[in-house]
Design a protein. Structure first.
Length: 310
């Protein structure tokens, strides 16, 4: 039991450090290539911070643990808004200046409905997975077309040594994420068996929180630097990637099994926290502290209910 816990925690630490290096280097690479800050937050950073979810869910699918694949993706969506963004809202002052917030928000809600629709028959087959990946391509293409690229190429200001260091961190971060993800999946399954807790509960809570740590790192960093809006864009983008990229790729690897709890509780909660975030924010052009308090109360109520129902 102790060995399993140690390996599980070590996997989480690998994810934290690997995600940290990967995010930082991904942002630096994007800057060197001259991409705008908004595009970095909406796509590059979101993809980077969603990589742990992608690796964990796809690894779980390879192992035939598709309940974990779905649970991790949906659980991360709930954690991203209900916990991480809620913290930024409570302790920060988030003013919505990004004119593309409305488009991204509507996209998130629509894609969540698509995920629920695909899950109604209690499985997500390969055709539906292809549909989700197609929606991902549409989202990225729309971002690239809509947002203006920063033409001020900064590559000339970066030394060759600096570029090598960025690429090294990028590769090391990816390797740590891969190692951590495998440790989390393997030991998460063992932990669930030893604790006599369903894999779905572990994946929706502990593993979802673990794979959402890069988003938490970005959120705290943005909060400390007074750039909370970056965190908002990252969270919305990350949740869109959880629906399309994480679930889509996992579904291509193995047909995903949807348990009744996913349809009756998890996905509705993911939709609910999204609406609580989005609707008032579109009206007030800011994310209020009361929203953050409401979101975090829903999140912890959900977590408590999950473990009490075991």
């Amino acid at each position: 039991m102790l060995t399993v816990i140690i390996l599980f925690v070590f996997g989480l630490l690998c994810l934290i450090k690997g995600g940290d290096w990967f995010v930082d280097s991904a942002v630096e690479i994007a800057k060197v290539s001259g991409l705008s800050q908004v595009l970095i937050g909406a796509t590059i950073v979101s993809i980077a911070t969603t990589l742990p979810e992608l690796i964990v869910s796809s690894t779980a699918a390879l192992h035939g643990e598709t309940t974990m694949s779905v649970g991790n993706a949906v659980g991360s969506m709930i954690c991203n808004i209900g916990f991480i963004l809620a913290i930024s809202a409570i302790f920060g002052n988030i003013v919505i200046k990004d004119k593309h917030f409305k488009m991204k928000s509507i996209t998130l809600v629509l894609y969540t409905f698509v995920l629920i629709a695909c899950s109604l028959d209690k499985k997500i087959v390969k055709v539906e997975s292809v549909l989700l990946i197609t929606l991902l391509i549409v989202y990225i293409y729309t971002n690239v077309k809509t947002l203006k690229l920063n033409n001020n190429i900064k590559a000339a200001n970066k030394s060759e040594v600096k570029l090598r260091k960025i690429m090294l961190n990028f590769i090391l971060g990816l390797c740590l994420i891969l190692l951590g993800s495998n440790l989390i999946v393997d030991n998460g399954i063992l932990l669930a068996e030893l604790m006599k807790v369903p894999t779905a509960v572990i994946s929706l809570t502990l593993i979802a929180l673990g794979t959402s740590l890069p988003e938490l790192v970005v959120g705290i960093s943005s909060l400390l630097k007074g750039n909370e809006e970056i965190s908002v864009g990252n969270i919305i983008g990350a949740n869109i990637f959880n629906i399309t990229l994480v679930t889509g790729v996992s579904g291509l690897i193995s047909e995903l099994r949807i348990i009744p709890q996913n349809l009756m509780l998890d996905m509705p909660i993911a939709l609910l926290v999204s609406l609580i975030l989005i609707i008032p924010s579109l009206i007030t052009k800011r994310i209020l502290k009361i929203q953050g308090l409401f979101l975090i109360s829903i999140y912890f109520s959900y977590i408590i209910y999950m473990f009490q129902s075991v």
